[in-house]
Design a protein around this ligand. Sequence first.
Ligand code: 13P
Length: 251
Amino acid sequence: MSICTIVGNWKMNTTVTEAVELVSAVASGLSSEISAEVVVCPPFISLVSVQLALHSSTISIGAQNLYHEMNGAYTGEISGGMLKNICQYVIVGHSERRSIFGETDVDVNLKVKAALGTGIAPIMCVGESLEERERGSANSVVESQVRGGLEGVDIGADVVVAYEPVWAVGTGQSASPEIAQAMMAHIRGTLEKIGGKDAASRVPLLYGGSVNAGNVGEYISQPDINGALVGGASLDAESFVEIVKVAASKS
Ligand code: 13P
């Protein structure tokens, strides 16, 4: 794997107008050849406007969630079939969805399968809480999230895994590159047990949690880190462009 993947998760931020302004600024900041896969994940209501604004760009689009059924009486939900002509990626199992909306590994697994079934690459998020890390169970928690979310899934398909320790998300307390790498090696090892060494080596592993232009280079330099999932800093075009440039120069 040579090129890195940098994903901006805008979460519940930006109006449609703001989303178009933000993505246009990112696209013009990255107009020269950049050797990175860049993905922006705006809110659902801005996906189409962002797609139109990106018409001649190589930037990819991701959704922040999906429901596993294809259609029907599921008020308020969005399916993979609705996203497939717009998005190349979809975030599933973000820690905010797990903790605020009660998503379980079973839900995450259904979503991963639904995404792959419609030709969208799932970015499956895993990560331990501070309490779980302090009690020494970070590895087992993350391993069971990886195994549960990927139950019955061919990891040779387009699966991306993002490790986002909950204590590092939105806190400014990023994990040290050593902690991040140690967990990534554990995730890679778990993927090897699930789908073999070859398939596991091709799964992009992203670090997320207070990533900025100042620390992204250290993450990308780690052997098992292939990119970053960026929250807050992806809402500022200049910061996000800088993150992509630094990451591309280190990968
Ligand atoms: P921050 O970069 O704001 O910590 O958010 C990380 C995140 O949750 C990305 O999905």
